[in-house]
Design a protein around this ligand. Structure first.
Ligand code: HEM
Ligand SMILES: [Ca+2]
Length: 262
């Protein structure tokens, strides 16, 4: 997953170099982020057709929209013209990305810090309608949720047994499980239906429904029964997230290679 820290400026794409300490090696990102080769391929084609015009930050925003549409989700008008950062922040990447064992209060306050509200939080969490997570990101829930060697009691019983077989108490940290077990490759609202049944994979998923914040509970229910409303809010919230402090005008640059400052 990819949240924005300095702003929507593709800082995460920079590799280690003389002046850059790469965000790719932060706790939340290491062994997790993938697809950098796809960004390289897109960038190479763009540079060939039209040098130094489309930023890496815009490529990421366009790829997020394109992959949403291709997997069955909504389309939206996407403001472009972001520029790329000349810096990265390892400490920002370590401190500002919400952890998978976040409480509902953690999630609300981290999103708020970026100017995103409860609707953005719940709608954007619906991005977990696609893809997988590693055992290490949900193991705590299965064996020791609160430091008392007990599992998270909000996990549905059969789902709990399935997860334990994928994710043993010791080892298997990189075994993967779908975030939306019903349709991991289709952009739809089954993620929210599963939350109602105690079948959310991460603590940060399930607490949207069990976390005792009225607003997020209502939103989960609403999106579970009305896919159109989820699509509408997801589209709006993706624009909101993509507008977090972008670099524009003479700030930043358009990188030639997404891995390197020019
Ligand atoms: C609400 C806070 C969020 C938390 C705590 C969170 C956490 C996570 C974690 C732990 C993983 C698995 C990473 C791994 O095992 O290496 C993941 C995967 C993923 N996340 Fe998030 N995420 C959040 C928000 C988002 C948002 C806003 C989006 C997009 C709109 C998103 C989209 C995804 C996708 C698509 C995957 C699967 C990636 C893959 O299959 O490679 N997440 N997330
Ligand atoms: Ca799905």
């Amino acid at each position: 997953m990819l949240l924005i820290l300095q702003g929507c400026d593709a800082s995460v794409l920079l590799d280690d170099s003389a002046n850059i300490v790469s965000e790719k090696n932060s706790g939340p990102n290491k062994n997790s982020l993938r697809g950098f080769d796809v960004v390289d391929e897109i960038k190479a084609k763009l540079e060939e057709a039209c040098p130094q015009t489309v930023s890496c930050a815009d490529i990421l925003a366009l790829a997020a929209r394109g992959s949403t549409v291709l997997s069955g989700g909504p389309n939206w008008e996407l403001p472009l013209g972001r520029r790329d950062s000349k810096t990265a922040s390892l400490s920002g990447s370590n401190n500002n990305i919400p952890a998978p064992n976040s409480t509902i209060q953690n999630l609300i306050s981290l999103f708020k810090r970026q100017g995103l509200n409860d609707i953005d939080l719940v709608a954007l969490s619906g991005g977990h309608t696609i893809g997988v997570a590693r055992c290490v990101t949900f193991k705590q829930r299965l064996y020791n949720q609160n430091g008392n060697n007990q599992p998270d009691h909000t996990i549905e019983k059969n789902y709990f047994l399935d997860l334990k077989s994928v994710c043993p108490k010791s080892g298997g940290d990189s075994n993967i499980s779908p975030l939306d077990l019903a349709s991991p490759a289709k952009f739809d609202n089954t993620y929210f239906k599963l939350l109602l049944w105690g079948k959310g994979l991460l603590t940060s998923d399930e607490v949207l429904y069990t976390g005792e914040v009225g607003k997020t509970i209502q939103l989960v229910k609403r999106y579970a029964e009305d896919e159109g409303r989820f699509f509408e809010h997801f589209a709006k919230s993706m624009v909101n997230m993509g507008n977090i402090s972008p670099l524009t005008g003479f700030n930043g640059e358009v990188r030639k290679n997404c891995r390197l400052v020019n």
